[in-house]
Design a protein around this ligand. Sequence first.
Ligand code: AMP
Length: 253
Amino acid sequence: MKIFYYPIEWNDSCKSLIYENKRIGFVPTMGAIHEGHLSLIKKSNIENDITVVSIFVNKFQFNDPKDYENYPIEIESDITILEKNNVDYLFLPSTQTMYPKDFSYKIVENNLSNILCGKSRPGHFEGVLTIVAKLLNIIKPHSAYFGEKDYQQYLLIDNMVKSLLMNVRIVSCQTVRESDGLALSSINLLLSQNERELAANFPRILSSNISIEEKTKKLSSLGFDVDYVEEQFDRIFGAVKIGNVRLIDNVKK
Ligand code: AMP
């Protein structure tokens, strides 16, 4: 696996890969790699000749600076896992590389980004769309892979690519879950053992056959701080907090 830190390092490799007619798949992540990420990588490996992964913890999508500071970083073990999973290139840019001092643009969406997570996390999706647009423009993949765990994010990225005529195919991948149903997520690492046990109730209640109101009540009564439980796009979406950790999930209706 080749590791690169600057867009310019990728330019030459990218040119020769395209010259050789290689298909390039791209999996953007914020690291602390888990089986959810690996399912995207596996799909990319199946559908492409080359898989590029990026790890970049994007400061500008955290509306609470504490969440950014506490985000788990595990670069050394990530590199080992990615190598074992046949990733060809790893892009590891710094914040300075992605946001030079004079960087003054952002991508704003005015509809879908105002509901669900967008409502309670102002600026979050602007941060996500801006970094994903930059990463896609750097890597120039044929296909890019996103998880349904962040379904609103996937929809916004898919719409952005279509609206801005960006030449990339956006592929969605099913949510990977622990055996007790909890969706894998890097921030699960921040849960204590008790919190982790409680967390398993979140997907269970979200997918249970009761009304939205009852789901909300049940979650609150168990000790979750419920941000929202809502039906959209034939799915039930939920966001809850356990202590300082915010979990999101969605299930098909
Ligand atoms: P993150 O590192 O959390 O920003 O996630 C990087 C990519 O992996 C995003 O497209 C996520 O939707 C996806 N992802 C994260 N967790 C899961 C999961 N449990 N199942 C499937 N995809 C996931």
